[in-house]
Design a protein around this ligand. Structure first.
Ligand code: H79
Length: 576
């Protein structure tokens, strides 16, 4: 984890009177306000602005990183950047077609950049001439057209607004970097003169606005945030994210470009992600994610109770790139068949499934488990480990073919056809009776004795500690509180002496104790210079005296504790 995040969390305890229109909201009112978001599961992010004109290239050079950051990355002077607007004439823009595309992909809402960090208003703004109606030959207001199309198709509309970073208004580049005298100015004045009136405009002139997507709250003090937050009253019921600043947590967590390992229990959340490597259009970025990855991401996110806000970056003519359109069509075809297992579902009750993911709808008399099978077993048997409920029935979601089931002490086994109905993700509908009864399957030591204890297998105890990163880069982090600890339980099959080692990262030599029964090892953690640079640490040896359940726990030594990221602990027989 980063220390800035840890510090931001600490300062949460110091908030004063709240300017939030929802400060006195009851839990029931909150649930009602969040209802559409919780059911939606899938939305379209649109990053569109003047940056689609240079499209990643400046003075003949391909500028690295994300396309909407080109002005910042190439340190383009304000006057030079503003000249691009004269070439911004998106005559192919068709709001109706965009919304139809989103709707047919199964998306329930759209969030579009009303103003990104380049300060360019994609709407008719009286607060600044640096807007699409005044500064381009196009002269139309694309947000007006988008709002009308969203209304027509019943798709919700939200606005992204970069409140803290604005490279084309004096004072707006105070926080995020500065390279042109013309950017000089006071940030609070910028917020009062540009951000406040513009947020009023987008919340007043476009009909219902479902959410406000703030971004990059650099230098957003509570005083500054309090100038903006009360404006949300203009849209009763509007949702806002956690990026306003001023210690306001907002309604949603917003993991960017990753899927959190365990979601955010108790918080609503939305992963935003690009389809290639940029948000704003770049003519030469062809690193497109596969349809398989996008669909599996959507399933993964739904199984953890979140939403997928998937980005498109239209070009300067107003066209969504063909590879994006192609993928959205394919996702839409999958959603037509399987969407019932995605929308308005609850998170998986299983910690881990060997073949895919699970979503669920729980009623009074039982639960419907939607089993999303990525890796279709070839032996005709799908095992749902640890599920102890009586089964009411199982079937394929597409076509409805009934499937036989068998219960055992280990779980429920479903007889399945030899080949997967869907190469990307096939859905099995499993109805079970009564309250869910699931035992977490116990980790098994292999016959050779080697065992890796991974983050997602750990039982975490405490307020902040959590599993972070995606499947390939899982780690236990946010270990800011020395009272937080973790343990692994597994079934040993090979008694004997074992060498323990761990992969760890962090800034300081903290201490942890590793306990197995009455055996204790004290381990000094490595100072690796960053929270993502891992080093393997030999922890010492322990004895497993008999086959059966073994618990290994790891606890911080409070004195001098500084956060540590832990990737995995490895056991290797000492006689090997
Ligand atoms: O709107 C999208 C991004 O433009 C915005 N959030 C999403 C939704 C975003 N703003 N900041 N960041 C994301 C963090 C990214 C920082 C980077 Fe860079 C920009 C990495 C490379 C360019 C700034 C400049 C940090 C390193 C170089």
């Amino acid at each position: 984890m980063s220390l800035t995040i840890a510090l931001a969390m600490l300062s949460l305890t110091q908030v004063g009177p709240s300017a939030s229109p929802y400060a006195n909201e009851t839990p029931a009112q909150h649930d009602k306000r969040m209802k559409w978001f919780r059911e939606a599961r899938f939305g379209m992010f649109i990053h569109w602005g003047v940056y689609s004109v240079p499209a990643g290239t400046y003075e003949g050079k391909r500028i690295p990183w994300i396309g909407e950051w080109i002005m910042h990355q190439a340190k383009i002077p304000m006057a030079t950047y503003q000249a691009y607007a004269k070439e911004f004439n998106p005559t192919k823009y068709d709001a109706d077609a965009w919304v139809k595309l989103a709707k047919e992909a199964g998306m329930k809402y759209i969030v579009i950049t009303s103003k990104h960090h380049d300060g360019f208003a994609m709407f008719n703004s009286k607060a600044s001439d640096w807007n699409i109606v005044s500064a381009t030959p196009f002269k139309r207001d694309p947000l007006k057209e988008l709002a009308a199309a969203c209304k027509k198709y019943g798709v919700k509309l939200g606005f992204y607004y970069s409140q803290a970073q604005d490279w084309n208004h004096p004072g707006g580049a105070a926080a995020g970097g500065h390279w042109d005298k013309a950017q000089d100015g006071d940030m609070t004045e910028y917020i009062k003169n540009v951000a406040v009136p513009q947020v009023k405009e987008i919340l007043s002139n476009y009909g219902p606005v479902a959410c406000l997507w703030w971004d990059t709250p650099v230098d957003m003090t509570k005083k500054r945030a309090d100038l903006l937050l009360p404006l949300l009253k203009l849209q009763p019921g509007i949702i806002f994210n956690n990026r306003l600043g001023g210690d306001y947590r907002g309604d949603t967590e917003t993991p960017e470009q990753f899927i959190p390992a365990t979601g955010y229990p108790g918080r609503d959340w939305e992963t935003c992600m690009t389809m290639n490597d940029t948000w704003g259009y770049k003519s030469f970025d062809n690193n497109w994610k596969s349809t398989e990855m996008l669909i599996r991401n959507l399933v993964d996110i739904a199984s953890k109770g979140g939403n997928y806000l998937l980005n498109v970056g239209p070009n300067s003519l107003g066209e969504i790139p063909a590879p994006s359109v192609e993928r959205l069509h394919a996702i839409g075809a999958w959603m037509k068949r399987n969407g019932r297992a995605i929308y308005a579902t609850s998170p998986s009750p299983f910690k881990r499934l060997p073949w895919g993911r699970c979503t669920r709808v729980t009623g009074k008399s039982g639960s419907t488990l939607y089993l999303h099978v990525f890796d279709w077993p070839r032996d005709g048997k799908l095992m749902v480990p640890g599920l102890l409920n009586e089964v009411e029935g199982a079937s394929l979601m597409v076509g409805g073919k009934k499937l036989a089931t068998a219960r055992s002490a280990d779980g429920v086994t479903i007889s399945i056809p030899p080949t997967a109905p869907d190469a990307i993700s096939s859905t099995i509908v499993l109805k079970v009776k009564g309250d869910l009864k699931i035992t977490a399957p116990v980790l098994q030591q292999s016959a050779s004795g080697d065992l890796t204890l991974s983050p997602s297998e750990a039982d975490l105890h405490g307020s902040e500690i959590s599993v972070e990163g995606d499947a390939k880069n899982e780690n236990i982090g946010f270990w800011t509180n020395p009272k937080d600890w973790l343990e692994w339980t597994f079934r040993a099959v090979r008694p004997g002496k074992y060498a323990l080692s761990a992969e760890m990262a962090g800034y300081a030599n903290s201490k942890v104790t590793v306990s197995v029964g009455s055996q204790k090892l004290e381990v000094i953690t490595p100072a690796t210079g960053s929270y993502s640079t891992y080093r393997r640490v030999e922890m010492g040896a322990i004895e497993i005296s008999a086959a059966g359940k073994v618990t290994i726990s790891v606890r911080p030594v409070a004195n001098g504790w500084q956060p540590v990221n832990l990737r995995a602990i490895k056991l290797v027989p000492a006689d090997k």
